[in-house]
Design a protein around this ligand. Sequence first.
Ligand code: NAD
Ligand code: UDX
Length: 441
Amino acid sequence: MKIKNICCIGAGYVGGPTMAVIALKCPNIKVTVVDANTEKIKAWNGPLVNLPVYEPGLADVVGKARGKNLFFSDDIKGAIEQAEMIFMAVNTPTKTSGEGAGMAADLTYIESCAKDIAKYAKSDKIVIEKSTLPVRTAEKIKDILEENSNGIKFEILSNPEFLAEGTAIKDLFKSDRVLIGGDMTSSGQLAVQALVDIYRNWIPKEKIITTNVWSSELSKLASNAMLAQRISSINSLSALCEKTGADIGELSKAIGMDHRIGPHFLNASVGFGGSCFKKDILNLVYLCKFYGLIEVAEYWHQVVKINDYQKNRFAQKIIEYCGGRLKGKKITVLGWAFKANTNDSRESPAINVTEMLYNAGADIEIYDPMVEKKTIYSDIKLYWRSKKASENITILDEVKPEDLKNDITVIITEWDEFKGLDYSKTKLFDGRYIISNEMIG
Ligand code: NAD
Ligand code: UDX
């Protein structure tokens, strides 16, 4: 089966970059990315310097393909009708109400995608789960599609995305692996092959793994859980280092040099952030509980608990450093994104740490090179428990040396532009302190 027309529902951090790369690497395939958010689509069609997602290299890829075989549109119906293959790359946040609230994945958006596909499809389609989903979601999607389908055939594949923000384009160009799960029926395997053929335009054969749908869905949750578990493990040890005088950096190095362990994801930090780790682990915990695996659920839950502990510990440490009170102190917070090289602040440790400093009485100045001011304000409004917060908070357009004359500078996100600062030391010079991730342990 030769695919000529792809549609992707969801023009976010995954849908935008992945489809831009597919379009670039497959010039004979028309790729249309649609989204219910018309403002976002406008931005994807606007100036390359203001794309809704900031990723190194993304503007270049979009610039090369947009208008040729890459299109961003809010015509969801038209794009579904035309496509032979439809990716679903919509958000799957943690549920905030109903059964499983605070743990399970909210599948509202994925279900509404499936309903749209069933409603608008006029010919057979390959439907691909790109979003991260609980194991066995494909069954639910199949039910929705078949219930409303008027005899049209749908093959459902799972093709989870492993890109990390900040390195998305690099990860997509040179993926460690591409995972495709499909039904073991002949039509299922034909659909798998159609997707393999697309990736084969730039991914070596040995890096494309095909499996059944359930293994593919669960591999994604498990991969994120394993990565996050390494961070929580090293962060838990950073607390012990502090008590004992051991150095967490030296520990990481020594542990990581064992080739069976490897050096990655062993950097002690203020805690992991991002839209994926916490929600995916909580989802895994929920699934384990659902299947009665209480001990397994508790094991993974601890990864999130240690992360909360680490964020609190970091903020508490700054407060103690100032004698327990921050009243009258001015603090500059450098970095709001959850990691460097992204404009994404979802679940950023900056949100919690800054709230604790603010609640302890500090005046706060915040600077991030890429996160928009309105996003920072809305994060504060949405996620701080102290709702009246707005007084004594300033968001800076740039960091000038005089801003760093404040009592304390906290580097939360390790943007390159902060690297010139000597933040391996806690005391920079008289009256000005830089406290960074490295201070932990
Ligand atoms: P996002 O919030 O950036 O983008 C999702 C987009 O889907 C939004 O623009 C939203 O408007 C749109 N949308 C939602 N429902 C829609 C509908 N019914 N019709 C049309 N548009 C709709 O989310 P994201 O970060 O791109 O994540 C998408 C999925 O990929 C999630 O399941 C996530 O867990 C997974 N994932 C994310 C990353 C990452 O680094 N962000 C990496 C791997 C996997
Ligand atoms: C993660 C997974 O890496 C990716 O494969 C998946 O597709 C989506 O979720 P992402 O959240 O974008 O990607 O970035 P990642 O590089 O994993 O960083 C997540 C958080 O962990 C960041 O806050 C980062 O600062 C932190 N981190 C990472 C550490 O604290 N220590 C480390 O050693 C590595």
